[in-house]
Design a protein around this ligand. Structure first.
Ligand SMILES: NC(=O)c1ccc[n+]([C@@H]2O[C@H](COP(=O)([O-])OP(=O)(O)OC[C@H]3O[C@@H](n4cnc5c(N)ncnc54)[C@H](O)[C@@H]3O)[C@@H](O)[C@H]2O)c1
Length: 415
């Protein structure tokens, strides 16, 4: 009989994972507490946007290899892919692992000796040990289980390829657990699968995302300094990167998403006295979105004096990065919201979603016609088409994500 794999959480990580695993000789049980997601998946459709995913889910469901449920079912391997947000409102945001612990509790009555339990959710150090404690408290015989942590490194928009191609770090609560969990990944991963302990694997994911956050913070800080000094930061970075050992990342309106904008806090919260650099990186990236708002407001106030009324602001992009539909922790969304709260009429263009509770969504043409001031917040592919870019440039758009930058640096091409 095919091995049974139970995946808890069918979001951006769990659902693609389910679809990829269903291509192998495995029986996939998808579980989500969101009833609508479960129904949608069982109809062979998807509730999130990810290129190539819908067709894979349709095939997996129609072949009978994937079925979604609202409650966990007995399996041989359990994968926990639920959210790990932070508790906002404190000076140093604290990780919220309640979803992880609830998922662990929900499988406690089902697990049996030899089962493999893998936490994939990005988690503070020690969470895999907490999963084991919760299972033990609920009566599971933890010593007979293989409990491990394996973080995800996928890039939204390329999740399907990266799920199989990326290298994986698998950290077990003991060596046997690391081996059993790594053997599971070896079924479908073509990248390297490296075994380690759970705490190292947990920290590895947090260290990777903090590294990215810090590097982007450097670019964002440079962008604000260059703006004051009248230097085109995009050109500057392209020129600096011609140095053989320099690779400065690209600035933007801030840093978003539920990974890079969140995970560094898990480190800071665990060692506040030892993490001033990581914390400052977070603060610089958060500050960048406020700086963008200040720049826009200054321009809008000048324009209001010319027009004799407040300008209508067209925002191009709401997602947290290009070519995705994910708005979580998005600086573009935060900027648009801030401008609306200040009383400006905000027109939003977001090609990857069909509606939004707070904003009237328009196409590029309408936004160009109806807006007085144009704000490029996300470098979505449709905005980078030559004709659209030309119109945005002619409309005097404020570019916060390098849409107009010339990739090789040097003098910008004439408008
Ligand atoms: N999305 C990414 O690109 C990405 C990349 C790397 C790591 N991660 C991490 O992976 C984890 C999951 O992220 P995501 O983007 O898939 O989140 P998501 O919000 O898209 O999906 C999580 C799903 O879990 C469900 N859920 C919550 N509690 C549950 C429970 N007890 N049982 C079953 N289902 C439950 C939710 O209803 C939701 O559908 C997070 O820790 C995230 O930080 C995400």
């Amino acid at each position: 009989m095919a091995q049974r794999i139970c995946i808890l959480g069918l979001g951006y990580i769990g659902l693609p994972l389910a679809a990829v695993l269903a291509r192998h000789d495995l029986q996939i049980i998808g579980v989500d507490i969101n009833q609508q997601a479960v129904q949608t998946i069982n109809q062979g459709r998807i509730h999130i946007y990810e290129p190539g995913l819908e067709e894979m889910v349709r095939t997996a469901v129609s072949s009978g290899r994937l079925r979604a449920y609202e409650k966990p079912q007995t399996a041989d391997t359990y994968l926990i892919c639920v959210p790990t947000p932070f508790h906002a409102g404190t000076v140093i945001p604290q990780a919220n692992i309640d979803y992880v612990l609830a998922a662990a509790r929900s499988i406690a009555p089902l697990v049996k000796a030899g089962d493999v339990i893998i936490l994939e959710s990005t988690s503070p150090v020690g969470t895999t040990e907490r999963v084991a404690e919760v299972l033990a408290e609920a009566g599971a015989e933890v010593a007979a289980l293989h409990i491990a942590y394996c973080p995800e490194r996928v890039l939204p928009g390329r999740i399907i390829e990266e799920l199989t191609g990326n290298n994986r770090i698998v950290g077990g609560l003991n060596k046997a657990a690391a081996r059993a969990a790594a053997d599971f990944y070896r079924i479908f991963v073509t990248g390297e699968v490296v075994e380690t302990d759970a705490r190292t694997a947990e920290m590895c994911k947090l260290a990777e995302n903090s590294f990215r956050d810090l590097n982007i913070a450097y670019a964002n800080e440079l962008s604000m300094i260059c703006d004051r000094q009248g230097i085109d930061v995009w050109n500057l970075i392209a020129l600096a990167n011609k140095h053989p050992r320099v690779n400065i990342l690209q600035p933007g309106p801030g840093v978003g998403g539920h990974c890079i904008a969140v995970d560094p806090w898990f480190i800071v919260a665990s060692a506040p006295d030892l993490s001033p650099l990581i914390r400052t990186g977070r603060e610089v990236n958060n500050r960048k979105a406020h700086w963008v708002v200040e720049k826009i407001v200054a321009r809008a106030e000048a324009l209001a004096r010319e027009l004799g009324r407040p300008p209508r602001l067209s925002c191009y992009g709401l997602a947290f990065k290009p070519d995705i539909d994910d708005l979580r922790e998005s600086p573009a969304l935060e900027i648009a919201g801030d401008l609306a709260r200040r009383g400006y009429e905000v027109l939003a263009v977001e090609p990857n979603i069909t509606s939004h509770g707070d904003f009237r969504l328009l196409g590029v043409d309408e936004a160009l016609q109806q807006g007085d001031l144009h704000l490029i917040l996300v470098k979505h592919r449709p905005f980078a088409e030559a004709a659209v870019k030309k119109r945005l440039r002619e409309a005097g758009a404020m570019d916060f994500c390098g849409l107009f930058a010339s990739p090789g640096g040097g003098l910008a091409p004439p408008p």
